[in-house]
Design a protein around this ligand. Sequence first.
Ligand code: SF4
Ligand code: SF4
Length: 501
Amino acid sequence: MNSHLPAEFIVKVDHYRCRRCKRCILNCGFSALKFENGVVAEHHKCVACHRCVTFCPEQAITVEENRLAYKANAHWSVEVRKNILKQAEQGGMLLTGSGNDKPYLSYFDRLVIDACQVTNPPIDPIREPMELRTYLGRKPDSLGNNTAWNKKIGLDTQLGPQLKLETPIIFGGMSFGAISLNAQKALARAAQACGTFMNTGEGGLHKDLYPYKNNVIVQVASGRFGVNQEYLDQAAAIEIKIGQGAKPGIGGHLPGEKVNQEVSETRMIPIGTDALSPAPHHDIYSIEDLAQLIYALKETVNYSKPVGVKISAVHNVAAIASGITRAGADFIYIDGFRGGTGAAPNVIRDHVGIPIEVAIAAVDDRLRQEGIRNQVSVIAAGGIRHSGDIAKAIALGADAVAIGTAALIAMGCRVCQKCYTGNCSWGIATQRAELVKRLDPDQAAERLINLLQAWSLELKEVLGALGINAIESLRGNRERLRGVGLDDTSLTILGVKPAGQ
Ligand code: SF4
Ligand code: SF4
């Protein structure tokens, strides 16, 4: 069928400035540029990954939205018409990558943080110690100390296994297959350097990551890719993945083209076969089933490491979180509907799930009401963009946050949302060898380390302004938040007062 789809972007080459070095042509992972007596663009192939723009030594290339392709219409938006045209041509489900980009209300942007003035002085983080360290894992409601006069003072209470985070930020699950091994190596190196954790996602653990085992969380998802005793042993914690914020309630599909020799060995599936993750775990249809898997995994690793559960933020997230806690999980990872993805159907990514802000508040409330909040740590994810979001997530009730898209952006991602094509020009969401080698894991790790360091410094400034000296004192401290322009129901659910009160 002939395509009537107008190009999304127009690539403009300034031929006066262009020195014909062809760097742009070599750099484009989507083959949108060719040389015919000069650089020529095939506009319909351009996805605005901006690799050519970044590496052109003469700034001779610009990429613009093809605005004139559609007449303006407030109801039949450009995106709506584009999608109808695509589906009329293809007859299939539309796929996308990255997170939800729709203009839903951001609760983070409607929350503001308190600061001390006059009667309750702030703390200067440059002069005073400021504690960002936190621990993830099940904790007792009270601690017993050994204070006998003739013994060394110590803790009497037996604590379960904990994850020690030097800063309350971890890297969320991104699988080998969805992202390149170089991207995973960068995440592992940065996690090790910053005293935090990266998560394998559901694609198994490549042997090159074994040296980072103390900073790796391995995932056990519905496809069980790469899961065996060795896999579980090479990690600091285990996460059972039930759902993902970008695609709640559905499974995953890594196309066979991406399953090369290394991906096949790591996932333990044949080369070139589609890696299908079923929507449910076929052995989990109740909280009791989940409890059995948690128990089995803990038995397998001899209760030496925390076992957590990752879920998407959905309408009854609080009740589900309560069940997960009672099933014996040591942490719950909640992924809001702005969470990123390598590939998801548009309709699911953009219309299913709830924002992470309300999910954190609802879960924290429910666990407190049931007196089980200490039995589990809560990790919040799904669109965390900066240290302000982190402070607000923790004040709403999270113990720590996880980032995905922000980490990819730090490594070079331009959020072109074409991860599912496997052609990422930046060497991140691809398995094409010539593209993967563009991402230097050491340089990418340095960028990630800088990002975590910068956000950690900013978090200390926020704590100082609040007059508190430990991130754990901010957890669930909603009194230090106020809502701006939020309706009464939203304020009630979030458990915050309106600004001015
Ligand atoms: S990278 Fe820039 S200077 Fe080099 S060929 Fe492309 S447009 Fe011309
Ligand atoms: S990872 Fe690559 S393909 Fe995916 S959004 Fe970023 S730049 Fe685009």
